[in-house]
Structure formats: C-alpha cells, structure tokens
Design a binder for this molecule. Structure first.
Ligand code: GLU
Length: 322
C-alpha cells in the first residue's frame, strides 16, 4: 500500500481577530505540509454559533494571505471535500453519531450541566501540562441506562438528550511529533459530549469527522488542544478511521507572560498591519520564535527549506516585533 498523500490543515474558529499566536500555528501547520510537498486545507470551525463574529472569517482569510499562507481547499475556493465550514456539515456529524450509538460506543445522556457538576466525584484533572478546560468530570450517570428512559428523563426537563462517548476503553497515550510520547492523567478519558442537547455536534466529534473526511494526514495545532488528542484518537478508533499524526505547537505569551487570548487583548495581525508592520517583519518574528535559522527572508515560502517540525521550540514563546 502506498502512503497517503500529505495533507495538512488550519482550522480556525471565526470568533475573533487573528493574533500572533494563531498566526504562528497557521504558519507552522502550513510549513509542515508544504515542506513535505503536501496540500493545505482551510476549514472554518464555526459550530459555536453564538461566539461567531461577523466578518471574522473574511478577516482570517485576508490575514493568512497577507502572510503568504495559501490553501488549496477552503470555503472560498471549494474542493473535493466541500463544504469546508462546520456549520454546513451537520449531516456528516449526525451520521457518525448514529454509528457510534448503534455499536454502543456512545450513549444518550439526560444530565444538565448542573447534574454533571453535582455528580462529579473529583475535580477534573487531565494530567500535567493540561490546559484544556473540559469542565467537571462526568460521573457516568446515564451510561448503561435504556435510551427510552434517558430520553423521557430529558423530555421531563424540556430537553433532548445529549450524546456522550464511552471513554472507558480509550488509550491514554499518543506520540506527539514535537513532544514525543504524551501520557494523559491517571483518571483517563471521561465520557465526553459528542452532541449537545441542543443538537449541535461538539468540537471533538466534528474535528475527527472532518479531518478524516478531508483526508488530513498531519494535524499541527496549538498546545491548548493537547488534552483533546487522546479523546480524538479514541474516536478515530471507534469509527474505524486511521488517525493523522499530531503535533502541538507552543503557545505565544504576551510580554507580561500571559497566554494570548481575547481576555489579554493581544495585538491582532490586522492592527499590526495598520500600524505599518510588514508581513516580512511578522514572519521573521514568528520564524525566529520557532527556531528557524536567521537569514534573508522575504516570504513564507522562503522559510520552507530550513523548516523542521522536530526542531521547533517546545516551551511557550514570547515574540519580539520591531
Ligand atoms: N478550531 C480550533 C481553534 O480555533 C482548532 C481546532 C484544531 O485545530 O483541532 O482553536
């Protein structure tokens, strides 16, 4: 069997302006795919409708283009695995959830957030370095209960049941292309949500269905998602799909040492551009933070020859901009 063609992706959520941290992740994912002669996919992860910011998708695309990061398939240009926006892919998520329910890998759950918090036996801890916020740990309340009973219980509270993955058999470790063998915390994987009671597919499910459907072979994304990876690998297994490789790149910290997030109001790529900072200067700062050898750099493409994923910095980085 020949190895599948290399396909990377960038999968931003259009919930705010792109900052240096997102740009660094996009650049590294792009360099990883392109330096191996692979294709690059842009997928817009807009499932969390209330958080979607009007105009953010267009702004993301123009920021990427300004930096010289191009893509072969995406919402603006289509491709063989369209649509490339999660809000238009509900049918695929439902089909996967039906399969998981049918073979017993998933179950219906009537618990509200409050029920889950009340039943939580221990504070959620997913291992050292874990920065994902998955909320209180689910105690398994509805697992093994007859679906009709769970549906009736949810209906009595005016809701539809959610769907959860049975995480008990999940493997806890995986190989990260940057960090080596990563081992999740001793508590293992909880029964995470696949579909919320409002019918929306959850991130964990959607990202696996999409990466598999779009033939993604290499996932390069932010370190904040490292705790999601064992969950996603378990889903690949349950759906009989081959997982991609995973690499989690360091987060960018503000000069005061805080993780860039909307809360910390990091400078957006658009505002740097408006201030007259050139794409070359931004690329240079991003490349230096990734340990790419200094040298004359004009464009993202000029960074390709020296790129090596295995050699980029593991720890969080701060960036120096002129
Ligand atoms: N949509 C996620 C985010 O913007 C990224 C998902 C992923 O790369 O798996 O944080």
């Amino acid at each position: 069997m020949t190895a599948p063609a290399i396909r990377g992706r960038f999968a931003p959520s259009p919930t705010g302006a792109m900052h240096l941290g997102n740009a660094r992740t996009a650049l590294l994912a792009w360099l990883d795919a392109r330096s191996a002669g692979g294709a690059f996919v842009l997928r817009i992860e807009d499932l969390d409708r209330p958080r979607v910011l009007p105009g953010a998708e267009g702004a993301l695309c123009s920021d990427l283009s300004w930096l010289g990061i191009d893509w072969d398939e995406g919402p603006d240009r289509g491709g063989p695995f369209a649509p490339y926006k999660q809000s238009e892919r509900a049918g695929q998520y439902d089909a996967a959830i039906d399969r998981l329910l049918a073979d017993g890998s998933a179950f219906l759950c009537a618990c509200s957030r409050l029920d889950v918090a009340r039943a939580a036996s221990a504070p959620h801890d997913f291992g050292a370095g874990e920065v994902d916020d998955h909320g209180p740990r689910y105690a398994g309340t509805c697992r093994g209960r007859p679906p009709a009973e769970v549906t009736a219980r949810a209906a009595s509270q005016g809701r539809s049941p959610a769907v959860r993955f049975d995480g008990r058999a999940a493997k806890l470790d995986f190989l990260d292309e940057i960090h080596g063998q990563v081992v999740a915390g001793p508590q293992g994987i909880d029964d995470f949500v696949l579909r919320r009671s409002d019918g929306a597919a959850a991130y964990q499910l959607a990202v696996v269905v999409d990466d598999a459907a779009m033939g993604v072979t290499r996932v390069v994304r932010g370190y904040d998602l490292i705790g999601s990876t064992p969950r996603q690998i378990a889903l690949y297994g349950a759906l009989g799909l081959a997982p991609p490789t995973f690499a989690h790149v360091a987060l960018v910290l503000s000069p005061s040492g805080e993780r860039l997030a909307k809360r910390t109001r990091p400078a957006s790529i658009a505002s740097l551009r408006e201030r007259g900072v050139t794409a070359e200067a931004v690329l240079s700062a991003l490349a230096t933070s990734a340990g790419l050898a200094p040298g004359p750099r004009r464009s993202a493409r000029d960074l390709l020859p020296a790129f090596s994923l295995a050699e980029i910095a593991r720890g969080a980085v701060t960036l120096e901009l002129p």
